[in-house]
Design a protein around this ligand. Structure first.
Ligand code: FAD
Length: 332
């Protein structure tokens, strides 16, 4: 069968991929999304989103449904159940994309395979996994749903501390559970948090040398099981929610040795144009270095790649240009 040539192939049908597809297909570029499961990505799993401009409140599946219909109305093809396994730049500059045995060719590729939250792997975590039931991995997204409630947050890095401080703006009490007695987060953040803990009537408490071994409740989170790793003592700790901030794992295993990745597996790119180390291959969303892990920034990344692809199609030599200096007009 002769190869079908696409202008753009997008790897991953989450918000970043759908954002890119909206612009490329509306610009009449032949666009294919290869999605290993069904479209939507992480946002499909939430029952409430309140921080997407213009939409006061919506559940993930409804938003995804609208995004999918919108890109399809402009001609984007979406192949579900299509896991991308390999990528190669051919001699003529086009990119070959493989999904196991299937082969597709494109003039440019957007990598948008996203990331997954690292799990604690304790009983109850899966059962209560969504903000409505009480387990969340994003304080920025779900903190406002816990106004005047008591929550536990878990972790010791920058994200854990930033998100714990954010939660303290809403919750009546936030208990940070940390497995060590020192934080690996930036000193300035740790100092800010410790100052807040020291305030009179502070709603922030830290449990050092402790881990959560179970998340418990009837229908929704009512307590976590805490274990002190030094003494071995355990207790049931009442709370309305458990926020887990123990890292993100980018879905980029298949790209190892193909494009440059950070030690943690995030795709390296230039922050201005989102170009990866492989000419013709761009990156968008939670899988890239410096991602802010939000719905709207993932969509915005996708849109930015679509705009940059036009530059690249107009003049492939553009790829070699250094990122625009401040004030330079990129010009489309
Ligand atoms: C429960 C939950 C609630 C959230 N709530 C909010 C919120 O309220 N507000 C907010 O701003 N953000 C929220 N977020 C974060 C937001 O969902 C993410 O920042 C956003 O989805 C990232 O989009 P993405 O397209 O980069 O990646 P993803 O959403 O991770 O999508 C990546 C897609 O790529 C596919 N894929 C992966 N590997 C391959 C491969 N090899 N081949 C083909 N396809 C592949 C995946 O199946 C997935 O569909 C939430 C996240 C979760 C988990």
């Amino acid at each position: 069968m002769p190869d079908v040539l696409y202008d753009i192939i997008i790897v991953g049908g989450g918000p970043a991929g759908l954002g890119a597809a909206l612009y490329t297909s509306r610009d009449r570029y032949r666009t294919l999304i290869l999605e290993k499961m069904i479209p939507g990505g992480q946002i499909f799993n939430t029952d409430r989103i309140e921080n997407y401009p213009g939409i006061p409140r919506i559940d993930g599946p409804s938003l995804v449904d609208q995004m999918q219909k919108q890109v399809e109305s402009f001609g984007t093809e979406i192949k579900t159940g299509s896991e991308v396994t390999d990528l190669k730049r051919m001699e003529d500059g086009r990119i070959e994309v493989r999904c196991h045995e299937d082969r597709y060719i494109a003039r440019a590729v957007v990598l948008a395979p996203g990331s997954s939250y690292r799990k604690l792997g304790v009983p109850g975590e899966e059962e209560f996994r969504n903000a409505g039931a009480g387990v969340s991995y994003c304080g920025t997204c779900d903190g406002p749903f816990f106004r005047d409630k008591e929550v536990v947050s878990v972790g010791g890095g920058n994200t854990a501390i930033e998100e714990t401080l954010h939660l303290a703006k809403y919750a009546s009490k936030v208990t940070l559970v940390h497995r060590r007695n020192e934080f690996r987060a930036d000193k300035i953040l740790v100092e800010e948090m410790l100052a807040k803990v020291g305030e009179p009537d502070s709603n922030l408490v830290i449990h050092y040398d402790s881990v959560v071994t179970a998340i418990q409740g009837e229908g929704r989170v009512q307590s976590v099981r805490l274990k002190n790793v030094k003494t071995g003592s355990e207790e049931d700790y009442p709370c309305d929610g458990a926020f887990i901030f123990v890292g993100m794992v980018p879905n980029t295993g298949f790209l190892s040795g193909i494009v440059d990745l950070t030690e943690q597996g995030f795709i390296r790119c230039d922050s201005a144009y989102l170009r990866t180390s492989m000419p013709g291959v761009f990156v968008a969303g939670d899988c890239r270095v410096g991602a802010t892990m939000q719905l709207i920034t993932a969509v915005a990344d996708g849109v930015n790649t679509a705009m940059m692809i036009k530059q690249y199609f107009r003049d492939p030599q553009w790829w070699k240009r250094a990122a625009a200096s401040v004030g330079e007009t990129v010009g489309w």
